[in-house]
Write a protein that binds this ligand. Structure first.
Ligand code: PLP
Length: 392
């Protein structure tokens, strides 16, 4: 009998993919399924990006590029981040990777390992915990609470730091809650971290272009922390390019060589056609991206209003991303049971809150990356289901 690395056998799959596969299987049987489960924009990438992709598919580059990304693309990323956050960014700090997730894995690989601790948000994006556990580090969830509008409480996060803590993962705007951490809370965290020089930060800002109130705030903007903050962002959510598998990290310069090694071991480089397409996205007009944001904002109103109209359901207005995170405790249903039954019986795919951590119990995640018509139809079905069924 072969024996596996025990760190690999304890891992859990990200639930959103399992739900999407099940939704697709039901649809293939001829069932009408509305998918509010997976977190990806339902738009096509803008036309100028698609045109660049066509050109690149013909002209290349078709060979390997630098492992850390083509210099011209690293420059464009540095300019984009600098403009967004009002900070100076050196192209030499930018590392282009195949998807936002890769930066999570690499950060955990570099900072984790047996005997260490990494803090992550609960509820939070499921790969955080799994990537931490894979390295042998202890994954310690910090609570994200509804009463804080789904922002972390900086004091609480700092209280969990020990001498073993190597990394804190923060995510704003957040998956699954849509929460946006207010600037004053980020400042509080930054102040505490300045006195804890052994702790690095992974700041996951993949939803940086889906913020509906206020401007961007990031720990990258704190000069005293720049040598230990890793910024994660990418093309998936901003440009509706989830399937292109394109992301980037902005890393402290002393870590670049370490990440380079991981890349040469793991995937050599991101394919050149995708990098040329990514370049067109960053250097092209941003009006279509602002139009996406406006559309999400309109849908946010639809989904929140409809959820609040359901008996036993309350939903805060999320400040960012494209998720609503309604509290369903008033329905009497467990979130796991309700999500399963809604998919199987009502044809509505959404995520139960527990799949994002223990603090997600009693909530559902509803992605509003779907048309207002689809959202309305889904909410009709949920309402009908709740009216005709009782929890066990
Ligand atoms: N970070 C968060 C918070 C996410 O929600 C996601 C995707 O859902 C990612 C990172 C990963 O993005 P990508 O699809 O580019 O790997």
């Amino acid at each position: 009998m072969v024996e596996l690395n025990p760190n690999a056998t304890i891992l859990e799959e990200e639930g959103a993919f399992a739900v999407s596969d099940r939704a697709a299987a039901l649809a293939a049987e001829g069932r009408s399924i509305i998918n509010l489960g997976i977190g990806q924009p339902d738009f096509q990438p803008p036309e100028h990006i698609l045109a660049a992709a066509q050109r690149a598919a013909r002209d290349g580059p078709h060979g390997y590029t630098s492992p850390v990304g083509m210099p011209i693309l690293r420059e464009a990323v540095a300019d984009h981040v600098a403009a967004r956050l009002g900070i100076e960014t050196d192209p030499g700090e930018v590392i282009v990777v195949p998807g936002g997730k890769v930066t999570i894995f690499f950060a955990c690989a570099l900072f984790g390992g047996p005997g260490t601790e990494i803090l992550y948000p609960d509820p939070g994006f499921p790969p955080y915990r799994e990537a931490v556990r894979f390295t042998g580090a202890k994954a310690i969830g910090y609570p994200i609470r509804e009463e804080n509008d789904f922002a972390f409480d900086a004091e609480e996060v700092l209280s969990l730091v020990t001498s073993k803590t190597r990394l804190i993962i923060v995510n704003s705007p957040a998956n699954p809650t849509g929460g946006v951490v207010p600037k004053q809370e980020l400042d509080k965290l930054a102040e505490g971290l300045l006195a804890m020089p052994h702790v690095a930060v992974l700041s996951d800002e993949i939803y940086s272009h889906q913020i509906y109130e206020g401007g961007p705030a990031s720990l990258m903007q704190v000069p005293g922390l720049r040598d230990r903050v890793v910024l994660l962002d990418g093309w998936s959510k901003t440009f509706a390019m989830t399937g292109w598998r394109l992301g980037y990290g902005v890393w402290p310069s002393h870590l670049i060589d370490h990440v380079r090694k991981l890349i040469t071991i793991n995937h050599s480089c991101v394919n050149g056609v995708a990098q040329m397409t990514a370049l067109a996205a960053l250097t092209g007009p941003m009006e279509p991206i602002e139009a996406f944001r406006q559309t999400f904002m309109e849908r946010r109103k639809v989904v929140v209003d409809r959820l609040n109209g359901l008996p036993g359901v309350t939903c805060r207005v999320p400040g960012g991303a494209f998720y609503a995170f309604p509290n369903i405790t008033g329905t009497g249903w467990s979130s796991r049971e309700l999500a399963t039954r809604l998919l199987e019986e009502a044809g509505v795919a959404l995520m139960h809150g527990e799949s994002f951590g223990d603090y997600g119990k009693g909530y559902l995640r509803v992605s509003y990356a779907a048309s207002a018509e689809a959202i309305n139809q889904a909410m009709d079905r949920v309402g009908e289901f709740l009216a005709n069924n009782s929890p066990a």
